[in-house]
Design a protein around this ligand. Structure first.
Ligand code: PXP
Length: 245
């Protein structure tokens, strides 16, 4: 039997509201206001990436999101001592560990959980001990799922960026990799999320992967909000996800 549609949550990433704000400095538009609006429109959670260079979300945004949200906050963070200290201070509902390079425009690939397990282990353990649900943002690769299992991460988020960029047969192959990875993770009792580069047009095939429990979507929703408003863009994405289940 297909899972109930409500079993696929939508996490709205509000980083790029902060990108627009920071283009001019000052306080407008406020990502916290966007988060509250997204929640009203049906978002199940809010995701924000506090990058090392603070190019969009700031420490103050994380403090205000932590204080003001009635829905779960998912903090995306690099595996550094500084970010761990911030996460432990705010204890968000969830933390998603992502690779981060200063010069990249956005997160360009998954975390090498297999190659960096020694560095990741204490960070995953400290977050878990603090009651934060840890996820690892990884490529849909069995080696990375095995590493997540060894690290004791309860959640993986599969990187859909490559799927989103490809067409035709190459996209279909990447979709199969995502589906296989989701099945393998779920078989090992790891909760499976996905995200990056998802739009109205490409979300359905990903949302149809039955093991997925959450999608995290940002850039497209914030961009589309320029034309239709954030409420409408979030609602339409939720509809697209639900029709695919
Ligand atoms: N998930 C993770 C781990 C990410 O790093 C990002 C981008 O910040 C997203 C999801 C959302 O990607 P997009 O903004 O392309 O929807």
């Amino acid at each position: 039997m297909a899972p109930a549609s409500s079993s696929l949550r939508l996490g709205v990433n509000i980083d790029h509201v902060a990108t627009v704000r920071n283009a001019r400095g000052g306080a407008f538009p406020d990502p916290v206001r966007a988060a509250l609006l997204a929640a009203e429109a049906g978002a199940d959670g809010i995701t924000a990436h506090l990058r090392e260079d603070r190019r969009h979300i700031t420490d103050d945004d994380i403090a205000r999101l932590s204080a003001g949200l009635a829905i779960p906050l998912n903090l995306e963070m690099a595996a550094t001592a500084e970010m761990l200290a911030i996460a432990l201070r705010h204890r968000p509902h969830a933390a998603c560990i992502v690779p981060e390079k200063r010069e990249e425009r956005t997160t360009e690939g998954g975390l090498d959980a297999a190659g960096q397990s020694a560095a990741l282990a204490p960070i995953v353990a400290a977050l878990r001990d603090a009651g934060v649900r840890v996820s690892l943002f990884i490529e849909p690769d069995p080696r990375q799922i095995e590493a997540a299992l060894q690290l004791g991460a309860p959640v993986v988020e599969l990187h859909t960026g490559r799927y989103a960029e490809l067409d035709g047969e190459a996209r279909a192959r990447e979709l199969r990799r995502l589906a296989d990875a989701a099945a393998l993770a779920a078989k090992n009792a790891i909760e499976v999320h996905a995200g990056h580069g998802l739009t109205y047009d490409n979300v359905a095939a990903v949302a149809a992967i039955p093991q997925l429990r959450e999608l995290n979507i940002g850039h497209f929703l914030v961009g589309e909000a320029i034309f239709v408003g954030l409420d409408a863009s979030v609602r339409r994405m939720r509809d697209a996800m639900e029709s695919a289940r």
